[in-house]
Design a protein around this ligand. Structure first.
Ligand SMILES: [Zn+2]
Length: 324
């Protein structure tokens, strides 16, 4: 199998990332294609199969140089059947047989898992998890995703919906509406969207001076990056917002760690680009709420794979399946 590869696919609402990866987890080629969600998403799997075939041809490789495809998809997935239960922005109807559809299009074995779980597997395999068998991964992006790995396996739950850390309630009364239909979820606070929302609420209270207010006046809007940068430069309002974010994240992660005592909790996604400022402040809050034996053993870390976590974790899935 030395010259053979596996493919990792990270399916997103607008673009799909694809990579050819060695059995040791080295990325050989990676590229992106647009996700075509028209026509009830019927072109998605054929486009992926076509892109993979074309790339193999370009590289002068035969189809049997590729042993299988692992794929991460944005929604709850039943891993055994490869059925994606429901998904909002890809056009598919509920209970879409994703694994079967891609296997038919690509004529090779396929494994499918939720995308946040794939990111967690990627970090376990080649990233901040560094091979740890017990790992919790939190992706702080537009939303908040989560993946829980126990004894080297993803915790799937009864309905593929385990590890939905973003939808843990942190504001029981009067919280902001969440995409999931509830209110007050962690996602409404600790996602990039949530941070901007909190900052805008503070700014609307009026008479606010300072860097963040100036950035809003200059650009007509602010991003989570503006909040972090203004906070770093001493802006009181931005610091107040982030203090709230760090508190809720630290609190939730300590509660999760008190349940699972993982080796690592890995913070990934766009918001984690804030780096050690975020890590240190969340760790400080985590330490307040973690049970002592948990606090002394579970380590918080920043994700190291960036956008590659998803394709690597997806590839790990199919590798693991082929090895069985
Ligand atoms: Zn929610």
């Amino acid at each position: 199998m030395a010259n053979q590869w596996i493919a990792g696919v990270d399916l997103g609402g607008t673009t799909t990332k694809i990579a050819f990866i060695t059995m040791d987890g080295e990325i050989v080629h990676k590229w992106e294609i647009p996700t075509d969600n028209s026509n009830e998403g019927q072109n998605i799997t054929t486009n992926i199969a076509k892109a993979i075939n074309e790339k193999l041809n370009q590289l002068g490789k035969s189809n049997d140089s590729l042993l299988g495809i692992g794929m991460g998809a944005p929604g709850p997935v039943d891993y055994e059947t490869g059925i994606i239960l429901n998904v909002v922005n890809l056009g598919w109807k509920d209970n879409y047989p994703l694994k079967e559809s891609l296997e038919a299009a690509a004529s090779m074995p396929v494994a499918v898992e939720n995308d946040a779980n794939c990111a967690a597997l990627g970090e376990m395999w080649k990233g901040a998890g560094n091979g740890a068998k017990n790992l919790v991964c939190v992706t702080l992006g537009t939303g908040v995703g989560g993946g829980v790995i126990a004894n080297g396996s993803i915790v799937q739950g009864k309905n593929g919906a385990a590890g939905e850390i973003g939808h843990i309630t942190v504001i029981p009364d009067g919280g902001a509406p969440c995409n999931c239909g509830k209110t007050g979820c962690l996602e409404t606070i600790a996602s990039a969207t949530g941070i901007v929302r909190l900052a805008n609420e503070e700014l609307l209270k009026g008479e606010s001076k300072g860097e963040l207010a100036e950035r809003l006046a200059a650009n007509g809007k602010i991003t989570s990056k503006d909040v972090f940068e203004s906070a770093e430069n001493g802006d009181a309002l931005a610091n107040k917002v982030l203090k709230e974010v760090y508190f809720h994240l630290g609190f939730v992660l300590a509660s999760i760690a008190n349940t699972l005592n993982p080796d690592n909790i890995v913070l990934g996604g766009g918001v984690s680009k804030a780096g050690n400022i975020l890590l240190d402040a969340v760790t400080e809050n985590f330490a307040k709420f973690a049970f002592s034996a948990v606090r002394d053993s579970t380590k918080l870390a920043l994700a190291t794979l960036g956008n590659d976590a998803g394709v690597l974790g997806a590839a790990w899935l199919i590798k693991n399946k082929l090895n069985q």
